[in-house]
Write a protein that binds this ligand. Sequence first.
Ligand SMILES: C[S@@+](CC[C@H](N)C(=O)[O-])C[C@H]1O[C@@H](n2cnc3c(N)ncnc32)[C@H](O)[C@@H]1O
Length: 184
Amino acid sequence: MPKPRSRRPAPEVSVLRVGHRPGRDPRLTTHLALAARALGARRLYLHPPDEAIRARLAKVVDDWGGTFDVIPTGDWRAVVRSHRGPVVHLTMYGLPLNPILPRLRRSARVLVVVGGAKVPPPLYALASHNVAVGNQPHSEVAALAVALVGLHGVPGPGRFRNARRRIVPTAHGKRMRAPRTAGR
Ligand SMILES: C[S@@+](CC[C@H](N)C(=O)[O-])C[C@H]1O[C@@H](n2cnc3c(N)ncnc32)[C@H](O)[C@@H]1O
């Protein structure tokens, strides 16, 4: 995978998760949202809405900092149509990711769309790019992670502002920075 260029600001990435099944997919969709946040996405549109996942991620942001929103939506088409920038649908049937990355990195805003058990067929026509992370079936979490690292690189430590919890990277064991105390 080619390296991200360093001087240009990284694109603002939004993720749209289509076809979440409330009650059946909570763990997978939570992992998708956690990976999106940790690897630099700004927000996740969640179709259909699931308040439990929105609340779970709000708590993660409260503890671990940064800015990340889960935005419930009942209309995934409206999210795609109103996006100003490339819409990248990740699908094992698509064209390879690597050749398109340099162009995506030059965009101000990228919407990355991932499906669930079944992807609505109109999505293939509405997306600006149908893109594969290898043409083998795997997972939306894996595909999203590879795409975000391709767009932003692997994040370094200390990028998340207003964190109450922060890890001190260490070669062995676990170290956390002491939590902020009120008034200090
Ligand atoms: C379990 S797969 C669903 C596969 C489904 N049969 C379909 O219609 O594509 C869930 C999601 O993972 C992502 N995904 C899985 N394999 C992928 C690959 N090789 N490249 C890109 N995305 C992939 C896609 O976003 C897909 O919608």
